[in-house]
Design a protein around this ligand. Structure first.
Ligand code: GBH
Length: 475
């Protein structure tokens, strides 16, 4: 595959990990096979109007049945690592006994990856809680954190002899505030108290699982956060500066500080004082949450341009994926708006600004002296691409997006950021949550009728960048 003309932006650090990422509910399908029961996404997708076009994760891209073919694609692309998630509802359906048949699937996947020379990078929670646990209160129920630790241990017991890299949560912000407050993701609740309870209980679950995994001998343990640069729309406007502070507190520091410093930010606790976060913290919780981690995963797609003023009349609003009413996910800061900066946008309406990734990666090291090594665990773009008559997918914009962001990562490393790897989101077109199959993020196209896979130009270019980077010598 490698293209000789790919830019490499100079040499890369020794051992820099190149990969691609997916998530169980977005690709596996087989939603009710092999002993798997409903996750909250299976249940939520059945709510009329919840997901665009009434799409569901029932079949997705049939990865459950096509796993060897998908691993062969990773190998063909020359990637070092594959970031995937295990489905809790497949491993412990209804949170009952362990479903060995579910674990068998992940065991085969891990073996297939290792045989292909690809490092498995396993995420335990990418948003698909067993529906049976949601019916007991879901993440708003503190007990769910202890159930998560049990599930993590069940996966480790079966795969711990072969999997070295463990991620507890993917983007807990989304599965708490977007799922329990905005109601735009499963379970579709719109309750700020429940949302902040979900935040704290996911934190606790992360800490409990981190400790238990450590004791069980897991080598590398971390968490993936979706971090953003919260930029004041007008840096000279105090109202915009205050709004940006609030979003930085809620989006970034609400996660970074309990995990890295063992405390919630004081300003955040004030911003959300009406919603009971402080009251949920039990003695010892913050110590548990601050259990040392070996790496921090950073998912970054776009910056957030933040204002405390209403949007100008007639400003174009981002399209809504679904027919359901959506609440603001900005708990305690519901007045905040995100005006356009007039930059180019992807099909998600997200602004493209590669230098934001560089800024973010460099800034984190400056703000947190005990920051562990960073991995960009997701970065990528949705565009409406099509299969051409020549049988290829000429996704020029995605190709540029990926190359420009890789260049930004290289710049960040040159500026001193300790970044050890980069994973493109996503290996395959897939179930894009509330957007269903409308938005394509893959570097490999999937025909949803035939399930045929076609490596897009962006995938070929990425493979070329990886090959050239590896040949470029060591920084
Ligand atoms: C990631 O999250 C996911 O991990 C992945 O599963 C998904 O497919 C991929 O990105 C592409 O969407 O509340 O209106 O301010 C998405 C990143 C960042 C999207 C925060 C929603 C907040 C929107 N998310 N963003 S809003």
């Amino acid at each position: 595959v490698p293209a000789a003309d790919a830019p490499v932006f100079g040499a890369w650090p020794e051992g820099f990990l190149w990969g691609s990422a997916t998530a169980a509910a977005q690709i596996e399908g087989a939603a009710h096979e092999g002993g798997k029961e409903d996750s909250i996404w299976d249940a939520y997708a059945r709510v009329p109007g919840a997901v665009a076009n009434g799409d569901t994760p029932e079949v997705a891209v049939d990865h459950y049945h096509r796993m060897p073919e998908d691993v062969a694609i990773l190998k063909r692309l020359g990637l070092d690592s594959y970031r995937f998630s295990t489905s809790w509802a497949r491993v412990k359906p209804g949170d009952r006994a362990v479903n060995e048949e579910g674990l068998d699937f992940y065991s085969r996947l891990v073996d297939e990856l290792l045989a292909a020379g690809i490092l498995p990078w396993l995420t335990l929670y990418h948003w698909d809680l067993p529906q049976a646990l949601e019916e007991k209160g879901g993440w708003a129920n503190r007990d769910t954190a202890y159930r998560f630790r049990d599930y993590a241990m069940a996966v480790h017991e079966r795969l711990g002899d072969r999997v070295t890299h463990w991620t507890t949560f993917n983007e807990p912000l989304c599965s708490s505030l977007i799922g329990y407050v905005a109601g735009e993701h499963a379970p579709g609740r719109q309750d700020p108290h429940a949302g902040l309870a979900a935040v704290h209980h996911q934190h606790l679950a992360h800490g409990l699982a981190t400790r238990a995994l450590r004791e069980a001998g897991a080598e590398q343990i971390g968490i993936t956060l979706n971090l953003t640069n919260a930029l004041p729309n007008d840096p000279n406007d105090l109202v915009d500066l205050e709004a940006a502070r609030r979003i930085d507190a809620l989006w970034n520091r609400m996660y970074l500080e309990p995990i890295l410093l063992g405390a919630y930010p004081v300003d955040l606790l004030e911003d959300v004082a009406d919603y009971g976060l402080a009251e949920l913290i039990e003695p010892g919780d913050l110590d548990t949450i601050a259990a040392p981690i070996d790496f921090l995963g950073v998912n970054h797609y776009h910056d957030d341009n933040v204002s405390g003023h209403p949007l100008p009349a007639g400003a174009e609003q981002a399209a809504e994926p679904t027919a359901r009413p959506k609440r603001s996910p900005f708990v305690g800061s519901e007045h905040v708006t995100m005006p356009s900066r007039g930059l180019p946008r992807t099909a998600m309406d997200w602004e493209v600004n590669p230098s934001g990734l560089r800024t973010l990666l460099v800034r984190l090291g400056g703000e947190y002296p005990n920051l562990p090594p960073l991995y960009v665990t997701e970065n990528g773009a949705a565009y409406d691409d099509e299969l051409s008559a020549d049988g290829a997918v000429h996704d020029v914009e995605r190709t540029e997006y990926i190359a420009d962001h890789i260049a930004a990562v290289h710049d960040a490393i040159r500026d001193g950021a300790d970044v050890r790897g980069y994973f493109v989101w996503s290996l395959l077109d897939n179930f894009e949550w509330a957007w269903g199959y409308d938005k394509r993020f893959g570097i490999v196209r999937v025909d949803y009728e035939t399930q045929e896979r076609t490596i897009k130009d962006s995938g070929l270019r990425y493979a070329g960048i990886v090959a050239a980077a590896k040949a470029s010598g060591i920084r």
